[in-house]
Design a protein around this ligand. Structure first.
Ligand SMILES: Nc1ncnc2c1ncn2[C@@H]1O[C@H](COP(=O)(O)OP(=O)(O)OP(=O)(O)O)[C@@H](O)[C@H]1O
Ligand SMILES: [Mg+2]
Length: 270
């Protein structure tokens, strides 16, 4: 990685502050009274079952969904404020499902990352910024290949390179590991970890892949409408403790709590 000169520290500087956040969608309370802060240089993983409000939380943080109550501050101001322009990057849940027939090369996709509110009408590509982003994700060899011809893992890297090209210091990812083979998954996680440690990025990532997120995130948040756990990754509850947090009681007399359904490969708890 290009910027591997010094190890970035987690500082006390808050990048994201969420206070008393509640979000209602179609009349239904999806997120209730959520409080947390992400500090500069942290890699925070958010986990939780399907429909528990993870994407809703991220969309609220991005300012796409309006909060019902509470407040969100990124770099001290509202998510959509002008001074946050270009400082936040978003890799969506469907990012790697880009249409296969899209006639766009990897390089062109990454160049789009340099587009922002201020250069929208005089879009000049920043060559060095694009070169660096492509190199960081290791896609130099395929930069002139159409994205439709990439593997799932390469495609996800290209989308991350687009995020990096924007020079954003806060990267928000929603399920970036879905549809990616095990080997690419490991190298993608290494890339994200390196971005935190050597390129001074702050990362907030939602994933179902509990095993993967446990290996990389500094801190984990368990969200199920509200935050049920927020702490260092090594303190994340085991299955029995998690069942208790979720209010799930044993259904078999002989159960020791480890009989929750888990995905064998990922350790995902559903
Ligand atoms: N556009 C919408 N309008 C109303 N309700 C919605 C909308 N999108 C999602 N929901 C509801 O909000 C709840 C939370 O959805 P959300 O997508 O945030 O969950 P999630 O934790 O990201 O789930 P997954 O793990 O499946 O991605 C669900 O009950 C869902 O049905
Ligand atoms: Mg989601």
């Amino acid at each position: 990685m290009e910027a591997r000169t010094s190890i970035s520290e987690i500082t006390d500087q808050p990048i994201l502050e969420v206070e008393g956040l509640s979000v209602v969608r179609s009349g239904k309370l999806i997120i209730h009274d959520v409080d947390f802060t992400v500090r500069e240089g942290e890699f925070v993983g958010i986990v939780g079952p399907n429909g528990s409000g993870k994407t809703t939380l991220l969309l609220s943080i991005l300012g796409i969904l309006k909060e019902d109550s509470g407040k969100i501050r990124i770099h001290g101001c509202e998510p959509m404020c002008k001074s946050n322009d270009g400082r936040i990057s978003w890799v969506s849940q469907a990012a790697s499902n880009l249409p296969r027939d899209l006639r766009l090369t990897v390089r062109e996709l990454v160049e789009l990352g340099t587009l922002n509110r201020s250069n929208m009408f005089s879009f000049a590509r920043d060559k060095q910024q694009v070169d660096e982003a492509i190199e960081m994700v290791g896609l130099g060899d395929v930069q002139h290949t159409d994205i439709g011809r990439l593997s799932g893992g390469q495609c996800q890297r290209a989308v991350i390179a687009r995020a990096l090209a924007s020079k954003a210091d806060f990267i928000i990812l929603d399920e970036p590991l879905v549809g990616i083979d095990r080997e690419s998954r490991a190298s993608l996680l290494k890339l994200l970890d390196d971005l935190c440690h050597y390129a001074n990025k702050t990362i907030l990532m939602v994933s179902h892949d509990m095993a993967a997120i446990r290996q990389t995130a500094h801190r984990m948040i368990y969200l199920e409408e509200t935050i049920k756990f927020d702490g260092e990754t090594k303190l994340f509850p085991n299955l029995t403790q998690l069942a208790m947090l979720r209010g799930i009681s044993h259904v078999h007399d002989e159960s020791h709590g480890d009989h929750l359904h888990t995905d064998a490969e990922s350790g995902e708890v559903l």
